[in-house]
Design a protein around this ligand. Structure first.
Ligand code: NAD
Length: 477
């Protein structure tokens, strides 16, 4: 049984209740986590404040950097163990689980180096004054994490917060807690003081809500769905608590007739099947120049048919979805497509070895999806790619911006002028030209516009969000 991790100790929930942990590859329970409640959050927040007041505020930036680097090394030493935990908990194929562990190493390494480079400024002002700004931590930060990339999102969120001098109370998703409990134990071994990193597991509407409402939480980083993001923002607004919202996406991949298709096609496929399509930045809308629509769909269809889906440990192209309700959600979208007469170009194959009780979904390529259909507007959060054609640049921009989201956009063209024009006109937090995602890049600020949220995580930019700026003006005698 897995326990909460508060003040560097494993503790049971005050509720006495647990939640089963299910392996998505076979649908069978294999462990339990704590079903925590408001009392557990209160305990974690108290531990975090004690840490901040008694220990953490005195730790120098350089020493914080050493601690983050020590944790990065610990994670590297335990990368295979963490990847195996994540694989079973989330159904990730081996390559993906290992990539997530490697990203976690990089986040702590990057933020270790950033700790002692974060500083304020001196400002020119009136004669007789010295004015400066200080970047101060918020204090006790709350981190609400989704299930799709627990280790990566923990790395970017908690890594940045600690680097900026905060302490953390973390609420992982109820479907994906195990790796983060282990990372918190490793942090204690690496020398983090009791209360710097606390993990409290449980349901969002219970313990997540209690975290967001707790008056001792001084900043909230939320990564998850737009619906819950709205709730968090409302709750936080009642006590004017700053919030960073990393929400969903319906990201366009825009392919012009002059694109290098040999380069584009593997990236287009990967951007929708990685993590079984359960990726906020999945390239889930394919906008194609009408001049190459048919030939590109023919080649993509072939690539989709070659995709193999199966148990995580088989390390195929695609693993299972996280849970049965997510599988049902994808089925609902596909049955809506059928009702609307949206043509299916191709599907991948679920291998015979995949247990019937696992949560599998074959990657699916749909074409001629009407721009206002929910398949072109809402996050499926599964391996479903929706293609449509455009006439010219203006039409491509109109389609690209025609959703409530604005997280990531991919642009495929060899024309340098068009690269800049398109990058300027798409409404999106990140734009990738002739690539998609730049391999994850922990250094690259990430976040959305419109309903994809606000605030930035990753990169140095994140540290500004995890601090508040104090202006100090001294008048000399
Ligand atoms: P979700 O919003 O259901 O849950 C996210 C987290 O919020 C979980 O820990 C959950 O327990 C918690 N939660 C749920 N209800 C809550 C409440 N009332 N109060 C407080 N916390 C609550 O999202 P999900 O289904 O876990 O994740 C999928 C969504 O996350 C997708 O929309 C995806 O695009 C988005 N996402 C965004 C990013 C990004 O960086 N932009 C990254 C990953 C996932």
């Amino acid at each position: 049984m897995q326990l909460n991790y508060i003040a560097n100790a494993s503790v049971r929930s005050a509720s006495g209740k647990t939640i089963p942990v299910v392996d998505p590859s076979d649908g069978q329970p294999f462990d339990e986590i704590q079903r925590s409640n408001a009392q557990d959050i209160a305990d974690a927040v108290q531990a975090a404040h004690d840490c901040m007041d008694n220990v953490w505020h005195k730790v120098s930036a350089a020493e914080r950097g050493r601690l983050l680097m020590a944790l990065s090394r610990k994670i590297a030493d335990h990368a295979d163990e963490l990847a195996a935990i994540e694989q079973r908990d989330c159904g990730k194929p081996t390559k993906q689980a290992k990539a997530d562990a490697a990203a976690l190493v990089r986040y702590f390494e990057f933020y270790a180096g950033a700790c002692d480079k974060l500083h304020g400024e001196t400002l020119p002002y009136l004669d007789g004054y010295s004015v400066m700004t200080w970047r101060e931590p918020h204090g006790v930060t709350g981190h609400i994490i989704p299930w799709n990339y627990p280790m990566q999102i923990f790395g970017r969120s908690v890594g940045g917060a600690l680097a900026a001098g905060n302490v953390c109370v973390v609420k992982p998703a109820e479907d994906a807690c195990l790796s983060l409990i282990r990372v918190a134990q490793l942090a204690a071994e690496a020398g983090f003081p009791a209360g710097a990193i606390n993990i409290v597991t449980g349901y969002g509407h219970e313990v997540g809500d209690a975290l967001a409402r707790h008056p001792g939480i001084q900043h909230i980083s939320f990564t998850g769905s737009p619906t819950v993001g709205t709730l968090i923002q409302q709750v936080a607004a009642e006590r004017h608590c700053p919030v960073t919202l990393e929400l969903g996406g319906k990201s366009p991949q825009i392919v012009f007739a002059d694109a290098d298709l040999d380069q584009a096609i593997p990236a287009l496929v990967n951007a929708i099947v990685q993590n079984a399509g359960q990726t906020c930045s999945a390239g889930s809308r394919l906008l194609v120049d009408e001049k190459i629509y048919e030939p590109l769909l023919a080649r993509l269809g072939q690539a989709f048919e070659n995709l193999r889906v199966g148990p995580a440990t088989m390390d195929l192209d695609v693993g299972p979805l996280i849970r049965q309700t997510q599988q049902q959600r994808v089925w609902n979208f596909l049955s809506d497509a059928q009702v609307a007469g949206i043509p299916m170009v191709a599907q991948g194959q679920i291998v015979d070895e995949a247990p019937e009780t696992g949560f599998y979904q074959a990657p699916t390529l749909l074409r001629d999806v009407p721009v206002n259909h929910r398949l072109a507007q809402e996050e499926v959060f599964g391996p479903v790619l929706c293609a449509m054609s455009f006439r010219d640049e203006d039409h491509a921009v109109e389609l690209a911006n025609a959703t409530q989201f604005g997280l990531v956009a991919g642009i495929w063209t060899r024309d340098g002028g068009r690269q800049f024009r398109m990058a300027k006109r798409v409404q999106s937090g990140q734009v990738f030209i002739n690539n998609y995602g730049a391999g994850g890049g922990v250094e690259l600020p990430f976040g959305g516009v419109k309903s994809s949220g606000y605030g930035r995580e990753k990169g140095f930019e994140a540290l500004y969000g995890f601090t508040t700026l104090k202006t100090v003006a001294i008048k000399h005698g």
